[in-house]
Design a protein around this ligand. Structure first.
Ligand code: IPE
Ligand code: MG
Length: 258
C-alpha cells in the first residue's frame, strides 16, 4: 500500500534520538589529497585507504553496526589515468589477501556489488571467493561497492523486471517499490540509515541513489586514510541528534495540529 512506503524500516526504535544506525554506508574519499599533502604518489594514498578500511571493519561491529557498505570504485573512476585505475583494481586483492581469513573467522559476510564488466577475470574470481567463503556468516555484513554506480544499479533492476514481463512471469502492475528494491544489488539488506562522506566533499557521486532515500548524511572534514573509529563514533553521535521522520511529523506536532 502506497501510504506505508515512508514508515520506518522494521526494527527502527520509536525513540529516534537514541537510535544508533544499523546500516552505515561510507564514501571512502580523499586518498589522493592525503598522498599529495605528503608528497607521495596517489597509489600510496589508496593503500593507506585500505588500512583505514581494515580499522573501520574491525571497529564497526562493536559500535552495534550490522551492515557496512563502502564505495571502493565507481563506474566513473575508469576515467582516471590508467596507472591509477590499475592501482585501484589491485585493492580488493590487497585487502582480501591479508584479511579474508580473519573476516571469515569473525563472522563477517562479504558481498561485492557492482558490475563485472571491465574487471579482470582474476579480480572477479577474488571477489566471488570472498563471497563464497563468507556466505555462511551472519554476524556482520560488509558490502564493497566496486565498479558500482547507483544509476546502473537501478537500470539493472528495471531490466530484470522488464525481462520478467517479457517472459510472461510478471505484469507491469505487479511492480511495487518493495518488489523493485528487492531487485537492487544491495538486496536483501535494508537501506542505509547513515551515509558518511569524509574529505569535505558533499555529494553522493552516484552511490546508493535509491537506497539513500531516507538516509541521514554526515560529511566529515577528514581524509579517508586518516579515518579512525573515533571519527565514525563522532558521526554516530551526530546521527543520534537527528530527528528522522520519514516524511511524517513528530508525534508532538501531530497532536498540536488536532
Ligand atoms: C578515494 O580517494 C578513492 C576512490 C575514489 C577510488 P580519491 O582518489 O577520490 O582521493 P581525492 O578525492 O583525489 O583526494
Ligand atoms: Mg575523490
Amino acid at each position: 500500500m502506497a501510504a506505508l512506503k515512508n514508515t520506518p524500516p522494521a526494527g527502527a526504535p520509536a525513540n529516534a534520538a537514541e537510535a544508533r544506525p544499523l546500516h552505515v554506508a561510507i564514501v571512502m574519499d580523499g586518498n589522493g589529497r592525503w598522498a599529495k599533502r605528503r608528497g607521495l604518489p596517489r597509489s600510496l594514498g589508496h593503500r593507506a585507504g585500505v588500512e583505514a578500511l581494515k580499522r573501520i571493519v574491525e571497529a564497526a561491529p562493536q559500535m552495534n553496526i550490522r551492515w557496512l557498505t563502502v564505495f571502493g570504485f565507481s563506474t566513473e573512476n575508469w576515467s582516471r589515468p590508467a596507472a591509477e585505475v590499475a592501482e585501484l583494481m589491485a585493492l580488493p586483492k590487497r585487502y582480501f589477501e591479508t584479511d579474508l581469513a580473519r573476516l571469515e573467522r569473525e563472522g563477517v559476510r562479504v558481498k561485492v556489488i557492482g558490475t563485472d564488466e571491465g574487471l579482470s577475470r582474476d579480480l572477479v574470481k577474488i571477489c566471488r571467493e570472498a563471497e563464497t567463503r563468507t556466505a555462511k556468516n551472519d554476524r556482520f555484513h560488509l558490502t564493497v561497492a566496486f565498479n558500482y554506480g547507483g544509476k546502473a544499479d537501478i537500470v539493472a533492476a528495471a531490466r530484470k523486471f522488464a525481462q520478467a514481463v517479457a517472459a510472461g512471469r510478471a505484469r507491469p502492475d505487479d511492480l511495487t517499490e518493495d518488489l523493485f528494491e528487492g531487485q537492487l544489488m544491495t538486496a536483501p539488506y535494508p537501506p542505509p540509515d547513515l551515509i558518511v562522506r569524509p574529505s569535505g566533499e558533499q555529494r553522493l557521486s552516484n552511490f546508493l541513489l535509491w537506497q539513500a532515500a531516507y538516509a541521514e548524511f554526515i560529511f566529515q572534514d577528514v581524509l579517508w586514510p586518516d579515518y579512525s573509529p573515533a571519527h565514525l563514533e563522532a558521526a554516530i553521535g551526530e546521527y543520534q541528534t537527528r530527528n528522522r521522520r520519514y516524511g511524517a511529523v513528530a508525534p508532538d506536532d501531530a497532536l498540536a495540529t488536532g
